[in-house]
Design a protein around this ligand. Structure first.
Ligand code: GLN
Length: 474
């Protein structure tokens, strides 16, 4: 199915070549065939088939279909679906069922999109390789001993194995774009305030965005145009979000700035660098105006990001206390002990590390030295990047310095944090960014490149993605 866009699937169904039920059966069979990759925590098989059947009936009765009829969508385990479990890949929420739909989910359902299942992820979306899930690691289809990236590793692999048209993920510092790159698919982080965060489990609220992963740009566009728009339950969604994302508005020739400091960074893998430059010079430069863009502050983005997101996480995660939600430890003798035991047993080590870091940087003695300073650094980065963007339609940068690493490979926490160096900047600033596949390493591992643009310009990202992706080559 992956060679077909939603429009093409729809056409085949409308001309009788396929039925919605057959499409559903195909995706469900893909899930079964790749069960060993540990992608789905839960598959909603019965509902999915029943809804596909209902759509076939609707079509047969001559009723009009919603914009997402034929779109089967996987949902990262951090997005609430009414009546379904949502755990954030954590033991602490193991028994929690959501009483409501996230706004994005509600809109997808209204447009006849069908949800296929809940995908595995790093605990509370904290991680870069999907090894932090309570449900075990997700494996990369390209090499089962390799990580798929994270934290939306399950979302990316759900697309990679062709078990859905589009996957919903979340991107706080690269979690949609980085796994998309490591699995050879497209990942979009929209502008902060484009898609409502209502019903998205909060990690770092001023960075979090629901993101979309797919095989091609037009499917991502279709889902984005349904999921976006202002929402009564999330005041951070801007009125700007109501404007349609329209690829027709984008000119043919764009001014692209190449972030030289990133491609020359000491951490970047040689093959990624080589393939990226080959792509820039061989393909991008053919139709677009390219020039080097100078950005000298890359080394500040990781401390800024990890201080601020850990601070926000420590506050957001305080609600998981063993009383209001989810897991409660047994045999506690006092309220304090109950909180302490429930959190000790319910959270995994990475989440605890973030809570401790966050509490530390917010504590009265260190607030000014860390949290406040990081806020200033964030403002500085926003101003600097905004000024840089005056000259360009988009900036081209790597998305990750690394090829997929081994599931058993030991990597220090600091090295793992540092591997986010190219992906966190758009979240610090709120800008949209996309990762698109551009080729493979000698050993056959996917390589992606990142495009960043100004807020509300997702159309530029998707137009470029379309120009250089599979869909274009069909
Ligand atoms: N790797 C980053 C982190 O652990 C990004 C995670 C994300 O985008 N959710 O914070």
């Amino acid at each position: 199915m992956k060679d077909l866009t939603l429009e093409e699937i729809r056409h085949k169904v409308e001309t009788g070549e396929l039925t919605f039920v057959q499409v559903a059966e195909y995706y469900l069979a893909q899930i079964d065939a790749h069960a060993d990759l540990n992608v789905y925590i839960e598959v909603w098989q019965e509902d999915c088939l029943a809804q596909a059947k209902a759509l076939d009936a609707k079509l047969a009765a001559g009723q009009s279909l919603g914009a997402l009829a034929g779109a089967f969508i996987s949902v990262k385990d951090v997005i609430c679906v009414a009546g379904r479990s949502v755990t954030g890949g954590s033991k602490i929420l193991q028994s929690y069922k959501s009483p409501f739909d996230a706004t994005a989910i509600e809109r997808i359902k209204e447009a006849d999109g069908i949800l296929i299942g809940r995908t595995n992820c790093d605990e509370f979306a904290m991680g870069s390789d999907n090894r932090n899930s309570y449900y075990g690691p997700v494996k990369n289809m390209i090499g089962q001993d390799k990580v798929p990236g994270g934290s939306s590793g399950g979302s990316a692999v759900s697309v990679q194995i062709d078990s859905c048209l589009v996957a919903l993920g979340s991107d706080t510092g690269g979690s949609v774009r980085q796994p998309a790159a490591l699995t050879g698919v497209i990942g979009l982080k929209p502008t902060y305030g484009r898609i409502s965060r209502y019903g998205l489990l909060a990690y770092a609220s001023s960075f979090d965005q629901i993101g979309l992963i797919g095989h091609n740009a037009s499917d991502i566009l279709a889902v984005l145009n349904v999921a976006k728009n202002t929402c009564a339950n999330d005041g951070t969604v801007s009125e700007m979000s109501n404007n349609p994302v329209d690829l027709e508005e984008v000119g043919e020739k764009l001014k692209l700035g190449i972030m030289a400091s990133a491609f020359e960074h000491e951490s970047i893998n040689e093959e990624i660098k080589e393939k990226s430059l080959e792509f820039i010079e061989g393909q991008l430069a053919v139709n677009h105006d390219i020039s080097p863009a100078s950005f000298d502050y890359l080394d500040y983005v990781i401390p800024t990001y990890y201080i601020l997101t850990s601070a926000e996480a420590s506050a957001n995660l305080s609600r998981y206390d063993g009383i209001r939600y989810g897991y409660r430890a047994e045999n506690s003798e006092s309220l304090d002990e109950l909180y302490c035991n429930s959190r000790t047993e319910g959270f995994g080590p990475e989440v605890k590390r973030r809570i401790i870091t966050g509490t530390y940087v917010l504590s009265s003695g260190y607030h000014d030295a860390y949290y406040k300073k990081a806020q200033k650094a964030r403002r500085f980065l926003v101003n600097t990047f905004e000024a840089l963007m005056e000259e360009y339609d988009a900036i081209i940068a790597p998305i990750t310095p690394k090829l997929p690493w081994g599931i058993e490979e030991e990597i220090s926490t600091v090295d793992l944090y540092l591997s986010d160096i190219f992906s966190v900047l758009p979240n610090i600033i709120g800008y949209p960014a996309i990762s698109i596949p551009i080729g493979h390493s000698k050993e056959g591992y996917p390589i992606g490149i990142q495009i960043i643009t100004k807020s509300w310009n997702e159309n530029k990202l998707l137009k470029l993605a379309k120009e250089f992706s599979l869909e274009h080559q069909l």
